[in-house]
Design a protein around this ligand. Structure first.
Ligand code: THU
Length: 161
């Protein structure tokens, strides 16, 4: 048996104001997008903004449904929309922001497993990392430089032969 330790760099910012300009602008778009979340069931509002190589920013927010599993997370709405609107254009960064009508979200909103898998698909396809920036309503802001950092050992098409 061998031990293989998997480590990654997580950048920790005191607040969004500490972000570099490009990331700050993107996070502001995620915050704006969050305000249009359709979340009557969870009351948890998430906004996402995707920055593309052509400079375009594509946004998404969570869209819920009375049949709960039919809803979709903000990150996937945004990244699917980006791929639908600008197929083949490289994806640089995705910013995520979350609030709740029921409590103060005092830590960054990290993407769920399904969203990590979906972002990973595009990262592998473009052979270049996609950065993820995460924020809540208060508290620190996190950035990782690749979705593979937060989805190690990801399932991918190489397993399909
Ligand atoms: N949600 C997201 O939009 N992104 C995530 O990464 C996790 C959860 C949404 C789904 C649902 O509308 C609500 O937050 C509560 O789970």
């Amino acid at each position: 048996m061998r031990l293989r330790r998997v480590v990654f760099d997580l950048l920790v910012y005191e607040s969004v104001d500490e972000l570099e300009q490009e990331d700050h602008i993107l996070m502001n778009e995620a915050v704006k997008a969050r305000k249009n979340a359709y979340s009557p069931y969870s009351k948890f509002n998430v906004g996402a903004a995707v920055l593309l190589d052509n400079g375009e920013i594509v946004i998404g927010n969570n869209q819920e449904n009375a049949s709960y599993p039919s809803g979709l997370c903000a990150e996937r709405v945004a990244i699917f929309y980006a791929s639908a609107k600008f197929p083949g254009v490289g994806i640089k960064t995705i910013a995520i922001n979350a609030t709740s009508k029921n409590f103060v979200v005092n830590k960054p909103a990290a993407p769920c497993g399904n969203c990590r898998q979906s972002i990973s698909e595009y990262e592998i396809k473009q052979r270049r990392p996609i950065s993820i920036i995460m924020s809540g309503e208060t508290g620190e802001v996190l950035k990782c430089n690749s979705v593979s950092d937060i989805l190690p050992l990801a399932f991918n098409s190489t397993f399909l032969g």
